[in-house]
Design a protein around this ligand. Sequence first.
Ligand code: 8DG
Ligand code: MN
Ligand code: MN
Length: 376
Amino acid sequence: ESEALPFVASKVSQYSCQRKTTLNNCNKKFTDAFEIMAENYEFKENEIFCLEFLRAASVLKFLPFPVIRMKDIQGLPCMGDRVRDVIEEIIEEGESSRAKEVLNDERYKSFKQFTSVFGVGVKTSEKWYRMGLRTLEDIKADKSLKLSKMQKAGFLYYEDLVSCVSKAEADAVSLIVRNTVCTFLPDALVTITGGFRRGKKTGHDIDFLITNPGPREDDDLLHKVVDLWKKQGLLLYCDIIESTFLKEQMPSRKVDAMDSFQKCFAILKLCQPRVDNSCYNTSKNIDMAEVKDWKAIRVDLIIAPFEQYAFALLGWTGSRQFGRDLRRYAIHEKKMILDNHALYDRKKRIFLKARSEEEIFAHLDLDYVEPWERNA
Ligand code: 8DG
Ligand code: MN
Ligand code: MN
């Protein structure tokens, strides 16, 4: 391949879609602190400060060397005063007192616990916190609280869902998803997206994008798939969101907009016989029937029309920061609007078609960035 070029900080783009960010992060000490700061601002609904720290984290994840002096960040984008203060302290003291304060903050600790439950976001956490509730035990003990169906499932399968999904589990679920989808649509294309497509070894869920090449469409596919899983006893929870996409709909300018695909947020029961502990079990006299031999796994299924597949794939592969920067770059540098459905050229007033992610990057005059280089 090409020769390694000397690193020039001032040439680093402020947009992560113009950088290649693999999972080899040599500045984890800094980026962990930034992510704590960002999450705390997210809990306070301070989007500006939250994004400031997320952007800074993304720049340092890209850096091919560990930062050891302030001089190392000279000329880099996204290094505002708040960010520099944290870096300076970590260089001098080995840790950030601000990040440490956040970790010890009562409000942060409560929000962190609350949002770790499937179906609980910042809004719900805020409500519970205002009611004086602080821990998950408080929530479970308060019988007057009205939990949504999603939150009930979140509490019911809590232990399984907070333990990460492994690559092996993702592969096992992938087989189930492919098999079931192909029962109804043999030509359907099922692609793992999200963190696993970016090469991550673990995830909080598994994301699948489903499309059907060719003319045949099946609006009932998702319903058929979950109905079969229900019959097979594999479905622990599911919430189907119907598509709200309108033909010729303008792409959304919002950098964090939700898309309008038909999708399903599900919890699957993955059967995984435990390693043979019969010796231990007989000696302790544990009935094997009581040993749980399955794990609850969060699965997202997204259905995209074939013409929108490349846009959906790009959006759902993430990372979230990479997606935000793609959209921001498209608007500010290209006068184009990109979302998970389409790309619109505002100067030419036309929609730019694409059958692959490569074509979308080309429309935007961007060098292609491989999925495993999108860990911004
Ligand atoms: P993880 O599950 O391993 O924790 O990470 P991830 O796979 O990157 O995150 P994710 O929350 O599962 O979402 C996958 C990507 O999809 C993420 O980078 C952002 C993108 N995305 C959209 N629309 C939506 C949406 O409506 N909800 C979520 N959660 N993500 C979305 O394009
Ligand atoms: Mn995911
Ligand atoms: Mn997901």
